[in-house]
Design a protein around this ligand. Structure first.
Ligand code: ADP
Ligand code: MG
Length: 322
């Protein structure tokens, strides 16, 4: 007995390490003519490392205390950055207390109560809002950062400025800068770095060839880190600082222009865009449960290059169907 082409294509996709959820999805994969890729965990390996732990002077916190508070707040989160923070604390043998009242906002960060303190960890644009020189602003010089670091920080505003300056310095170095705010006052900044997947550039090139359009990058991360990574991957169209609904808007904009957009993502923050896409594909290994449920197909074997492979499989199967 011969299997219908779409079903054998699904079996073939399975051999490529991709779980395609239905024959309809198998067919739709080959129809896409535009691609939107998430950054953290999709274009990157999703195994970020904490590279810098910088408490602000005047807070009375050392590196270990700052990292302990951040790790306690991040512990319940499944975000790759959260795992990096928790892992950094573990590697330093820090005793991380259990936090209470954990809340997480996709694309923004987390808050929790640690001991007597309310700790927020997340994106500079939100956490340092209202303080001058937020992360979107022009890079501040080392000279400025150094002078800030030399003087004790006493007020909330000065702490905000010092943190923003640190953020700019870390981002200029290609890091994702993550402020830690304790009881409403910036207490320090963590620098986190993630590596591009080894197959990111070939995947981008293959998807461009298959669809006839250059893939775009949609990320909640800062513009500087995003641009740097996109450059390495061969992506020109970069949209940074996006909230989950902004990712949806970017996808809709393309679809309203008549495109059928393939979205590839891994996070809770990607789920709405995965749902809005013509076809949504989730990275399975470290992907969030919500992303895996929402996506039409799941990359089980953690190879980004499987995405163009299944698009090509679908095209072949459809040629056999018609
Ligand atoms: P991406 O779109 O690249 O996958 P996310 O939307 O998940 O990134 O996160 C966007 C930004 O929000 C991160 O770069 C970080 O600044 C912040 N953020 C989100 N979740 C967390 C978290 N758990 N801890 C620290 N920062 C976070
Ligand atoms: Mg992600």
């Amino acid at each position: 007995a011969t299997m219908p082409p779409l079903l054998s294509a699904i079996a073939n996709a399975g051999r490529h390490g991709v779980l395609v959820k239905s024959a309809v999805v198998m067919e739709r994969l080959g129809q896409v003519d535009a691609v939107a890729l998430d950054k953290t965990g999709t274009l990157t390996e999703g195994m970020p490392r904490v590279t810098d732990v910088v408490p602000l002077p005047g807070t009375g916190l050392g590196k270990r205390e700052l990292l302990t508070l951040a790790a306690a707040a991040e512990h319940p989160s499944e975000h790759p950055l959260a795992r990096a923070v928790v892992e950094a604390a573990r590697a330093r043998d820090l005793a991380v207390p259990t936090a209470r009242g954990f809340r997480s906002t996709p694309g923004v960060g987390v808050t929790a109560t640690v001991g007597e303190h309310v700790v927020a960890v997340g994106t500079p644009a939100r956490l340092l809002n209202g303080t001058s020189g937020a992360s979107a602003g022009p890079a501040r010089t080392d000279r400025h950062g150094a002078s800030v670091a030399a003087s004790p920080v006493t007020t909330r505003e000065a702490a905000g400025r010092a943190a923003a300056s640190l953020v700019a310095r870390l981002e200029a170095g290609g890091r994702t800068a993550v402020p830690v705010v304790v009881d409403g006052v910036p207490a320090g900044v963590l620098g986190i770095a993630d590596r591009l997947r080894p197959d990111a550039a070939v995947t981008v090139a293959a998807l461009a060839a298959l669809t006839g359009t250059r893939p775009m990058l949609l990320t909640g991360d800062n513009a500087r880190a995003a641009a740097r990574l996109a450059g390495e991957a061969g992506i020109e169209d970069v949209r940074a600082g996006l909230l989950p609904e902004d990712k949806v808007a970017a996808v809709r904009e393309r679809q309203d222009a008549g495109r059928r957009v393939l979205v590839v993502g891994d996070g809770v923050n990607d789920a709405p865009a995965l749902a809005a896409a013509h076809t949504g594909v989730a990275m399975g290994r470290a992907g969030s449960d919500l992303a895996l449920e929402t996506a039409d197909a799941v990359i089980v074997r953690d190879e980004l290059a499987a995405v163009p492979a299944v698009v090509a499989l679908s095209r072949r199967a459809r040629r056999l169907v018609v």
